[in-house]
Each structure stands twice: as structure tokens, then as C-alpha cells.
Write a new protein. Structure first.
Length: 147
């Protein structure tokens, strides 16, 4: 048995600690993401193309992990990303995010690596990148098709 048999290379769920569950759920719904019917008053779930996004109160998430809730840092050392099919789709997605309540951190622009990328923060400061990478093709199901 190999390590990949015991520890598969996949990310099934990303859970974000949030300060106001209703506000954050509303933000992601305004992006057009659909709340899963398995959501509850304690945790909200959204299905994405290849994983699940969970929203959970910040303090409760820290307690679940067994660590102290010491306050949310301004930069967590993590970004989440949505790759899109063109620079125009990046611009359109950013407009939707701003209309939903996002704050633009870095407007989209051409990158040194040949793509197009920009960043926004959700209502809790979670950093999202919207990017077009012409070197990362998509499958028919809209997933990245990396070699």
C-alpha cells in the first residue's frame, strides 16, 4: 500500500471560520452558489465543482480543532482561488463578488506568468483569487485538468 492509497491527493472540504454565519451565507448565495439542504443553523454547506465549502462560526471552528480562538489574523497565509476560462470571465466574476459585498484587494491584471488575476476579500477577510491561467485547461465538467 502506498501513501496515496492511505492519504489520497484531494481536498474534499474547505471550512471557513466566520464571525456572522448569516451574513457570510448571504454573501456566497449572492455569488450564485447554492446552499446544500444538509446545512443546519450551526454550519452552512455549499457544493462547488469539485469540493464543498463550509461556513462555521469562528470560535466554534477553533474549539472543534482544539485550539484557542485568539482572533482572526489579517492575512492567514492561505488564498482560495477560482480559475476561469478567460480574462473577461475574471472581470465578470469580480463584478459579481463586489455586488455581493466583496472588497477588491488587487484589481485583475495581466500576470508575469502569462495569465490574468485579481484578489478580493469576503466579509470575513478570507482572500480569494480570481484567475485565468491559459496553461491550465478545464475538463468538460469544469474542473482543472492538470497533468
Amino acid at each position: 500500500m502506498t501513501a496515496t492509497d492511505e492519504f489520497p491527493a484531494r481536498i474534499s472540504i474547505v471550512t471557513l471560520g466566520v464571525s456572522d454565519l448569516g451574513r457570510s451565507a448571504g454573501f456566497y448565495e449572492r455569488l450564485g452558489w447554492r446552499r446544500s439542504s444538509v446545512s443546519s443553523p450551526e454550519i452552512i454547506w455549499f457544493r462547488t465543482a469539485d469540493s464543498v465549502l463550509g461556513l462555521f462560526p469562528y470560535e466554534a471552528l477553533a474549539a472543534d480543532a482544539g485550539i484557542p480562538a485568539t482572533g482572526e489574523p489579517s492575512f492567514r497565509g492561505v488564498t482560495l482561488a477560482v480559475n476561469l476560462e478567460s480574462p473577461e470571465k475574471v472581470d465578470g466574476a469580480l463584478r459579481v463578488a463586489v455586488e455581493a459585498g466583496a472588497t477588491v484587494v488587487k484589481p485583475p491584471a495581466a500576470t508575469s506568468w502569462g495569465g490574468y488575476s485579481g484578489y478580493f476579500e469576503d466579509p470575513d477577510g478570507h482572500l480569494w483569487e480570481l484567475a485565468h491561467n491559459p496553461f491550465f485547461p478545464f475538463t468538460g465538467a469544469g474542473q482543472l485538468d492538470l497533468p
